[in-house]
Design a protein around this ligand. Structure first.
Ligand SMILES: Cc1cc2nc3c(=O)[nH]c(=O)nc-3n(C[C@H](O)[C@H](O)[C@H](O)COP(=O)(O)OP(=O)(O)OC[C@H]3O[C@@H](n4cnc5c(N)ncnc54)[C@H](O)[C@@H]3O)c2cc1C
Length: 532
């Protein structure tokens, strides 16, 4: 089945029930859930590849994922995320287990493994930190992580309830979670320990939400840690399988997924949404419009000024920051993952200093300072179908932070033609990232075949995040206190989906997607998913 059609070739009629902007996991889940209830959905995706951050790109005989390195909870058949994937894909997506160790945290020469299973994880941490006060702190930590994650259900469910329920019960539904949401990770950890090393290790996955401990909300930290407690998994066939598995549900109900379809405006009349205007000026109409393009993009470029104010989205953005931007080095290697001894676990390389805030601050002040984090993923080792699809080759990806401002001077230049000074800056980052990798995995140097660096300008160009932000809006304490980050807006018929509605991450964006469909259908789809 052909799953997408390019905008120029598409015969788009005016009888769709719903128009969705973007085709990331949030929009896909919303569309699939609505399709299952009989709606015909039109997805308009600006990129030539569908799937949002789940898309892959190819060069020579390699393929890389851009925004899916591992997903938690999908190997447990009864977890919410497993059930949600089954619900929106009719069970057609397969996952490959990453094994007992999913993350490996390294400060200088000291290595800490994050192992699968809450009890095993706790035992392993206690073996690294055997002092009585650290053991006590670790027990308290796991209890806090578990409680914050348990409270999340009420908090997120509240986003989809009818207005009168929110007025009556909203505060109660949100309260338990906000105890954690309104505090920083560092504040909560300092209540239980003063051991800087322990804090550094416990927050060793901070790149997964993009903020060091003094800036991130503890609720986000806790949900992320809890998400991976049962291990990590990778989609068999690569991350584009996520789109391929969900699309047939949307198409089967009469929906259409259009690529190269750039929406420039959300149109409305008399307080009600009417459709969208495309970059070529064409207007497409539908009684319901959903944006999965991120709240900042939606409020800054898709809504006119007065509507952006009326919906409260502009005022909420004045209080919120964009998440960090990143650079990613994509490597192609001669040799199989086995031959090159590539692990399934991700590596997190840190400086010898365990204070992440300090490391980030030094780097932001001087881009030539040591990288505050280098996250390294080995996708070819995670995907059991890789060796059949790409024999005798393998891939590595290295990610670190890089503020948009460093690349601002080239913002108006065309992709691939940004000039020698831009290329030199990229070369500098590439060389330093490679040096880090080869220090730790020297066997890879001789196998190197292809090197390519993406910058925040690549993220902006391909995914339309204004400042190349990696995770949409920042996951700091302000975010969780912002009531406008919910599917229903004050413009009748206009809704939001994706990571900004819930949280970043494939799971977070998908929960945002199901909340959006629940809000539109006025029924609790999470309950339906839980029995799927
Ligand atoms: C480098 C990186 C690594 C990551 N690693 C992981 C990981 O290992 N595990 C995990 O769970 N999560 C990971 N994530 C996060 C995860 O990928 C995202 O949180 C999630 O994909 C966001 O989904 P979304 O539906 O909100 O939107 P997105 O996936 O961001 O999709 C939005 C889509 O909207 C389209 N769009 C924007 N403007 C328009 C317009 N005007 N017209 C038409 N279309 C438009 C964009 O082109 C894009 O395709 C990672 C992200 C990044 C960037």
């Amino acid at each position: 089945m052909k799953k997408t059609v390019s905008y120029k070739q598409a015969q788009i009629t005016d009888d769709y029930d719903v128009i969705l902007i973007g085709s990331g996991p949030g929009a896909l889940v919303t569309a699939a859930a609505l399709a299952k209830k009989g709606s015909r959905c039109l997805l308009l995706e600006r990129h030539y590849a569908p799937g949002g951050y789940t898309h892959v790109f190819k060069r020579k005989r390699y393929e890389w994922d851009v925004g899916v390195h591992y997903v938690g909870e999908v190997m447990r058949p009864n977890s919410l995320l497993s059930r949600l994937f089954r619900y929106v894909s009719d069970g057609s997506l397969e996952w490959a287990d990453m094994g007992d160790v999913y993350d490996r945290i390294r400060f200088g020469d000291e290595v800490y493994d994050f192992v699968r299973g809450r009890a095993a994880w706790l035992d392993r941490m206690k073996s690294y930190f055997p002092a009585n006060e650290d053991v006590r702190a670790l027990d308290q930590y796991v209890a806090l992580v578990t409680d914050a994650s348990r409270q999340a259900r009420g908090f997120f469910a509240e986003k989809a309830v009818p207005d009168f329920v929110s007025t009556l019960a909203g505060r109660r539904m949100r309260r338990g979670f906000m105890k954690y949401g309104a505090r920083t990770t560092l504040d909560v950890l300092k209540d239980i320990t003063s051991n800087t090393k322990l804090i550094g290790v416990l927050t060793g996955q901070f790149g997964d939400y993009g903020l060091p401990p003094s800036k991130s909300s503890f609720a986000m930290h806790a949900m992320l840690v809890r998400h991976y407690f049962n291990g990590g998994a990778y989609p068999v066939g690569g991350s584009s399988r996520i789109f391929e598995a969900i699309a047939p549900i949307i198409i089967g109900a009469g929906g259409t997924i259009v690529t190269n379809a750039d929406v420039t405006q959300i149109t409305h009349s008399k307080g009600k949404v009417t459709g969208v205007r495309m970059a070529d000026g064409r207007e497409l109409t539908a009684p319901t419009v959903i944006s999965g393009a991120g709240v900042a993009t939606t409020a800054h470029s898709l809504l006119d000024d007065s509507t952006a104010e009326l919906t409260g989205l502009r005022s909420c953005l004045r209080k919120l920051e964009n998440s960090a931007a990143h650079i990613c080095l994509y490597l192609g290697l001669n040799g199989t993952s086995d031959e090159l001894k590539l692990p399934k676990a991700n590596w997190w390389y840190y400086p010898e200093n365990y204070d992440h805030d300090d490391n980030v601050e030094r780097y932001l002040a001087d881009r030539n300072a040591e990288f505050p984090v280098v996250y390294t993923s080995f996708p070819s080792a995670k995907d059991p179908s890789w060796d059949t699809r790409f024999p005798d080759r393998s891939t590595v990806e290295l990610v670190t932070l890089a503020p948009f401002e460093w690349f601002q001077p080239w913002v108006d230049k065309k992709w691939g033609k940004r000039g020698a000074d831009y290329d030199a800056l990229k070369q500098n980052f590439s060389d330093r990232l490679l040096q880090k990798l080869f220090e730790l995995e020297p066997q890879l140097e001789a196998a190197l075949d292809h090197v390519e660096l993406s910058t925040p300008l690549s993220t902006r160009h391909f995914c339309n995040y204004e400042q190349g932000e990696i995770y949409g809006l920042e996951h700091d304490p302000n975010r969780f206190g912002t009531r406008q980050l919910r599917p229903k807006t004050r413009l009748k018929g206009f809704y939001l989906t994706g990571q900004d509605v819930a949280t970043a991450g494939i799971g977070g964006a998908m929960v945002g997607g199901v909340l959006c469909a629940s809000s539109i259908l006025k029924r609790n789809l999470l309950k339906e998913v839980l029995v799927a």
